[in-house]
Design a protein around this ligand. Sequence first.
Ligand code: BTN
Length: 266
Amino acid sequence: MNPLPHEFAEPLQRRTGEIRPLASRVVWHAETGSTNADAAALAEAGAPEGAVVLADLQTAGRGRLGRSWSSPPGAGIYASVVLRPDLSVARLLSNAAGVAIAEAIEDVTALGPTVKWPNDVYLDGGGGHAARKVAGILTESGMTRGATWVVVGFGINVLPAALPPQLTRATSLEAELGRRVDRGELLAGCLARLAERYRDLQTGRRDSVLDSWRLRAASTFGRRVEWDDNGRSTAGVVADIDDEGGLVVETTAGTARIVSGEVRWT
Ligand code: BTN
């Protein structure tokens, strides 16, 4: 097994108490295809809850909706966590992860990240600049020998090199801050916040997760969105998220609830 670099090992060790039950096992790859694919394979092989796969470089980083995730060496956090939640917890995991990653970024940088449904993390541009995406989350799930597993994968752009050249609505932490960001501290912070939000869901504190999500998404409420409804382009105004993390949108034909796929912010 590849030894975890000191940059990550030290903060993870120091904050074990907050990070537990996550990082019960950490698999490090200097280079891999996708940490989500690796974590799913571990889950299928029976890995315990909390196993983490971390890479310095992904050659086939996966984004939502079949997109790719730019993952050049040393330029970001590319991490995936194996969880084994009950169904009721699993439903809100993706929202909880968005909140947790935004909180961790705020803890480490003092920036104020926002979330956009379902779980993109944005930094609001100052000086008239539009908000730009700094982190994304991909949750994937499956069932192996009757046991459900969920992989929560997150990618954070730390250095400007992490940005795909064609994407203008994206940014990195170091570009925003103008200083170096410690990837080890950031990873440990993400896992600590994710453990906390996971515990919230497991102990019936769903409202705490939903309310935190709503606060971070406040700037998107009242905004107009479009989406494809069975091949038909539909539009409406964002009102809220519901108790299961679905986006609630008011349309001329009534209230719609979007549970998956993509919305376009117009
Ligand atoms: C998105 O916004 O489209 C989700 C991006 C998720 C990227 C992360 S990087 C670590 C993990 N491994 C992957 O292949 N994808 C996720």
